[in-house]
Design a protein around this ligand. Structure first.
Ligand SMILES: Nc1ncnc2c1ncn2[C@@H]1O[C@H](COP(=O)(O)OP(=O)(O)O)[C@@H](O)[C@H]1O
Ligand SMILES: [Mg+2]
Length: 356
């Protein structure tokens, strides 16, 4: 029996654990927040001190993380006793959007025109360099659309908080649609892709995602996207699941960002693919053979934001899988997701009205 260490206490760690158990893999958790979705598993809030981390790593076969933004010294310390995937080099790029963009630039991968500003006073020049409209993003700490400001003209810059510095500035893309590619790279360098995910965001937060069963994303776009992921994974000596979010434009695809972990746009793979992103991440990290990423059935996933709709009504729907992360309800917060298998128009309409 193998033992996997999971750093982070949210829904991603929880779903990793749920997929690891049937493989006979025991999970141990390092949970840095006390509102964690993993508390249901008996995981305890950790102070992340040296003694606790040593306890955590004792006898692990490998460790992984669902969060990039914690103190990097924790990763360094874990690595002294256990193999950690992805490596700190990959995690490090996500601590600062400027480093992420610089890395993509160095690899020559397609992305929106961008610049950076160290302090608020640098924003007018950085925005002018990119052109209007543009989007200013806090280099660190943003997620689910937080820490971003659309800038239509120089007059909008004053409203951006100075304490959010440093920033990236990027062209505002008038996209046809958003999609992501989720892939897994195994210990032997084997890379497998799931069907592309079509993503719909509202106010910067993912609300709906589904495998592209109708070929909305063209073959050329998929081929270019896969090239981006291969290049990125190889550059990072990557192991595990990695996701890249893309914009589809009239002039080709552009990388919005990547995530060195399992990703919200891959949640549909639990019901919709032969092997889920979570199971394949566990397999990759432990050096086990990868499972098939083939599509099993058409599915659609919706995030549950803020508050649960009537659960009786949800559970009464045929073919609907409910994933409750065990988190407290709070306006705008991602507290779960639901996935509908073999969706038809009537079921989609009634579900979307239930979810609001
Ligand atoms: N440059 C851009 N042009 C147009 N829309 C954007 C741009 N950057 C972000 N967005 C929109 O905001 C969403 C969230 O932005 P993203 O950079 O992915 O932040 P987060 O880290 O919060 O996911 C994107 O999925 C997209 O819908
Ligand atoms: Mg994003």
């Amino acid at each position: 029996m193998k033992t996997l260490g999971i750093i982070g206490g949210g829904q991603l760690g929880r779903m990793l654990a749920l997929s690891a158990i049937p493989l006979g893999v025991r999970c141990r958790f390092l949970v840095p927040k006390d509102d964690a979705a993993l508390l249901d598993f008996g995981a305890r809030y950790s102070q992340l001190d040296v003694a606790e981390i040593n306890d955590f790593t004792h006898g692990l076969d490998a460790a992984t993380t669902e969060i990039e933004t914690i103190d990097p010294r924790i990763f360094t310390q874990v690595m002294q006793h256990a193999a950690l995937w992805p490596t700190p080099a990959a995690l490090d790029l996500k601590r600062d959007r400027r480093r992420e963009r610089e890395h993509l630039t160095a690899l020559g991968l397609p992305q929106p025109k961008w610049s950076q500003a160290g302090i608020h006073a640098d924003l007018p020049a950085a925005c002018a360099q990119v052109g209007f409209p543009c989007r200013v993003k806090a280099a660190s700490g943003g997620y689910d659309g937080r820490g971003q400001w659309k800038v239509n003209s120089a007059a909008d810059i004053a409203a951006i908080p100075a304490e959010a510095a440093p920033y990236t500035v990027e062209a505002e893309i008038d996209f046809r649609g958003e999609f992501s590619l989720v892939a897994v790279r195994g210990a032997d360098g084997d890379i497998r892709f799931w069907t592309p995910s079509l993503n719909v965001h509202r106010d910067g937060i993912l609300v709906r995602t589904e495998p592209d069963v109708n070929g909305t994303v063209s073959r050329d776009e998929v081929a270019e996207g896969e090239r981006c992921l291969r290049t990125l994974m190889q550059s990072l000596d990557y192991r595990g699941v990695l996701a890249v979010e893309f914009f589809r434009t009239g002039a080709g695809i552009l990388i919005n960002e990547f995530a060195p972990r399992v990703h919200n746009s891959g949640h549909w793979t639990i019901e919709g693919a032969v092997t889920s992103q979570f199971e394949n991440h566990v397999r990759a990290v432990l050096g086990l053979p990868l499972g098939s990423t083939a599509l099993r059935a058409p599915v659609i996933t919706w995030n549950v934001l803020g508050f649960w709709p009537d659960r009786q009504a949800l559970l009464a729907m045929d073919g609907l899988a409910v994933h409750d992360y065990g988190k407290a309800e709070r306006a705008g917060r991602k507290i779960g997701h639901v996935t509908l298998t073999n969706p038809d128009a009537a079921a989609i309409a009634s579900l979307e009205s239930l979810l609001g």
